[in-house]
Write a protein that binds this ligand. Structure first.
Ligand SMILES: Nc1ncnc2c1ncn2[C@@H]1O[C@H](COP(=O)(O)OP(=O)(O)OP(=O)(O)O)[C@@H](O)[C@H]1O
Ligand SMILES: [Mg+2]
Ligand SMILES: [Zn+2]
Length: 267
């Protein structure tokens, strides 16, 4: 595999390398873009938007897809998707005109979910970094829902919840062993760790996160990390070893550097 210097762990969206006119049965001509091996050729943006709305509907319970929905409600509950993201407040994702980066990240997240089988084979992991309210958790929830719908297991956690649940096993009377707590995070098909870097984090806590990410990495299991830190800060926080894990298998980091959506939506 070609060596990728650290700066290539992108804190931007990769540039378009090639373009090609393609045809969508439903929406007609569109310009397909190639940015990186990991992202591949972009699909029809309208189709991705349609898929996204199907996923969002599923979360909101609008779809009366008997069986799938009943099953999904339970899965959503068990996955750990934050309550704050109650499906009632789950708005359609708005892509601001002129925010090309946002569109590309949205397309990437949607196709990652729709092609999760590929990520599962390669262990493709990535990070969404950026300021508060820029939609990191929102995008990750969409991915989680679609991946679960495709019958893969997903665990959605915050870094502090992950650490707490492991530490809790040390207390007397805990009926769970440390290894069992860790296995919840290492064994699922997709792990999403939200709010990484919120606390200062002791060495011990960072090691725990490293161990989980590393174990998954060695077994080619994809992990998505969400954080308010920028690339330099997250490198400092989690260390180069963790960042290395995201460099392989075309893992990458996206920086969401636009204004908060809180207040813009009823959130
Ligand atoms: N592009 C968007 N279109 C519509 N709603 C959005 C968009 N981006 C974010 N939101 C909404 O704005 C609110 C904040 O988004 P979210 O919680 O995902 O941000 P975040 O990046 O995870 O922030 P934090 O770093 O504070 O956790 C949510 O209600 C979310 O649904
Ligand atoms: Mg968030
Ligand atoms: Zn289309």
């Amino acid at each position: 595999m070609a060596f990728k210097p650290a700066s290539n762990l992108l804190n931007i969206v990769p540039k378009v390398v090639k373009k090609e006119n393609r045809y969508c049965e439903k929406h007609g001509d569109f310009l397909s873009e190639f940015r990186s091996e990991a992202m591949g050729w972009s699909g029809c943006a309208e189709c991705l938007k349609d898929s996204y709305y199907e996923i969002a509907k599923l979360y909101k319970g609008d779809v009366d897809a008997v069986g799938i929905q009943g099953d999904m409600n339970l899965k959503i509950k068990q996955s750990g998707i934050p309550e704050r993201f109650s499906s009632k407040n789950f708005n359609g994702y708005v892509i601001d005109e002129n925010n090309e980066k946002q569109r590309v990240i949205f397309d990437f997240c949607t196709s990652y979910a729709l092609n999760f089988e590929k990520a599962k084979r390669t262990g493709q992991s990535f990070m969404l970094l950026g300021g508060v309210g820029t939609g990191k958790t929102h995008l990750a929830v969409v991915i989680a829902i679609e991946v679960m719908k495709r019958r893969h297991s997903v665990v959605f956690t915050s870094a502090s919840k992950l650490i707490r649940s492991i530490i809790n096993t040390y207390s007397k009377g805990s009926d769970q062993r440390e290894s069992e707590a860790i296995a919840i995070y290492t064994d699922c098909d997709l792990l999403i760790i939200d709010e990484v870097g919120v606390q200062r984090g002791t060495h011990y806590e960072k090691d725990m996160i490293f161990d989980v990410i590393n174990e998954r990495y060695e077994n080619l299991r994809p992990t998505i990390v969400l954080s308010n830190l920028n690339l330099a800060e997250i490198r400092k926080y989690l260390g180069e070893r963790v960042l290395d894990r995201f460099r392989e298998n075309e893992g990458k980091a996206f920086l969401l550097d636009w204004d908060s959506y809180r207040g813009r939506v009823d959130a």
